[in-house]
Design a protein around this ligand. Sequence first.
Ligand code: PLP
Length: 287
Amino acid sequence: MSRIAYVNGRYVPHAQACVHIEDRGYQFADGVYEVCEVWSGKIVDERRHLDRLDRSLGELSIASPMSRAALGFVLREVIRRNRVRDGLVYLQVTRGVAKRDHYFPADGTPPALVVTARAADPRAAEKVADAGVGVITVPENRWDRVDIKTVGLLPNVLAKQKARERGAREAWFVDGDGMVTEGGSTNAWIVTKDGKLVTRPADHGILRGITRQVVLDLAAREGLSVEERAFSVAEALEAKEAFITAASSLVMPVVRIDGRAVGNGHPGSIARNLREKFHEISELEEI
Ligand code: PLP
C-alpha cells in the first residue's frame, strides 16, 4: 500500500509530495509542528496538541491554516488513507511561500500545511521499554524560546545523533548551572530514592510536553508526589529511576546516563507503571 500525504489542500502519494523551494519552513525554519500518537485506532490527546499548536502559531504570528474542525478532518483523513492503527500523525505549518526575504511576507500569504502519518509496531516499542534506554548529556545550546514547538531543530538533531553514535537513544541538554533542561525530543524526569517524581517546571527552558502534562495528571491520580523543579546530572545518577516522556515514546525508562547505571540499571517500577497506565488517562478521540 502506498503512503499518502496531505500537502496544501491535496492528498498526494508520499513519494511525490513536495513543497515549494521558497517555503519559509525550508529556507528559515519559519514554522511549527505537532506530533500526536495514534493508539489502537484512536488519536491521543488531539485537543491538547492542537491547543499547543495554536499557542506556537500565536507566538510566531503565523496564521492558522484552517479551522480546528477542518484540521481534525485532515488529520483523520491522512490516518485513514494510510491505514494507521498504531503510529504517529505529524503536522507542520509554515509561514508559507514567498520570495526569500527575512521580513514576514505580505499580509494574506497563506500558511503552508503538511500532514503525514506512519504506522509503528507497538510490540517493538514495548521491547525497547522493557530494556530501557541510555541517554548522554550535552551542553544546552538552543535559543531561549524552546517552549515554541518550531521546526528549527538543528541542535536537537546534532545532540541526538551524538547520542546514537555513543550507543544511547536520547541526549539531555544541561544548562549553565549543571541542571538538565530536557531531551532532544523528550522531557526528562527522575524518581528520587524516597519515591518523588521530579521534572523541570514548564517555563521557557523546555517544551511544555503534552505527555509530561498527562503524566503529571496520572501521577496525581496514583497518589505519587511530584516536585516541579530542575535536577542536576549528579542527582539523576543518584536517583532510583529516570525516564523520558514524549508522544512518540510515551513513558520510556532511562537506565544509563553517560554510560553509568541509574538505580539498579533496569527500568524502574514507577516508570513502568506510568507507561502501562498512560492511556487510561490520556484523551482518546475517534478517527
Ligand atoms: N521536548 C522536546 C524538545 C520535544 O521535541 C518533544 C516532542 O517532540 C517533547 C519535549 C515532548 O513533547 P510531547 O510530550 O508533547 O510529545
